[in-house]
Design a binder for this molecule. Structure first.
Ligand code: ADP
Length: 219
């Protein structure tokens, strides 16, 4: 199975699409926004450090988010029967490189440093990113959608000022990650300005194509 990063500005719909894709393809879905919100809800030391930063719409530091992601990836990669692993290094890691499910990662990486951290983490599990799907949505549509979501989400970071700041940070800090993946030939952009189901169809056809090209002989 392939591993995917789903990429897009706040309001682009990456969480919604990641969930739909996880159901359809049995991906292991990890959202760093959700992981952080869980930590905040449980008021863990990590959550306490992250909450003000998130409420301001700033990016949480790599020292917080990278270990959180590493733990989630490791937990989701645990082999059901670690003793059966032949390679002692795999046994030690208790990760299963042959586990069939791929990952779909949403909300990470948001900086080039995070992209490098993800490569390192996946490398340890003998995995790699196969595809980066960027969902393109015009600025005004992003703002409109987050406003709509704010009415039901109750998220403290869905206010006018914070929304603008999050989109600004996306342009400044997160967009360069697109170039990083463009250079490595992994990036595919899709139009995400229409209905959820339209965007989903577009992404599914890209994934189906990628899967058809990723055979065991042609990994
Ligand atoms: P959105 O894409 O709408 O901003 P997310 O749920 O992905 O929503 O993220 C919510 C907030 O969580 C971000 O504004 C940021 O403060 C924090 N966050 C999530 N992922 C990361 C990350 N990879 N690096 C730094 N901060 C993050």
């Amino acid at each position: 199975m392939i591993n995917i990063v789903i990429f897009g500005a706040p309001g682009a719909g990456k969480g919604t699409q990641a969930q739909l894709l996880a159901e359809k393809y049995d991906f292991l879905h990890i959202s760093t926004g959700d992981l952080l919100r869980q930590e905040v809800a449980m008021q863990t030391p990590t959550g306490l450090r992250a909450q003000d930063i998130m409420n301001r719409g700033d990016l949480v530091g790599d020292d917080i988010v990278v270990p959180l992601l590493a733990r989630a990836i490791k937990n989701r990669s645990i082999h059901p029967d670690p003793d059966s692993l032949v390679d002692p290094w795999d046994r030690e890691l208790k990760g299963d490189p042959h586990r069939p499910e791929g990952f779909i990662i949403d909300g990470f990486p948001r900086t080039v440093g995070q992209a490098q951290a993800l490569e390192f983490l996946f490398g340890k599990l003998k995995r790699k990113i196969d595809l980066v799907v960027a969902i393109d949505v015009p600025r005004e549509e992003l703002v409109r959608r987050i406003h709509e979501r704010a009415a039901i989400s109750g998220r403290a970071d869905d206010t006018e000022e914070v929304i603008r700041h999050r989109i600004e940070l996306y342009d400044l800090q997160t967009k360069p990650v697109l170039d990083y993946y463009r250079v490595s030939g992994l990036l595919v952009s899709v139009d995400g300005s229409e209905e959820i189901s339209d965007t989903n169809k577009r992404i599914c056809s890209i994934i189906d194509y990628k899967i058809s090209r990723t055979t065991p002989e042609n990994p």
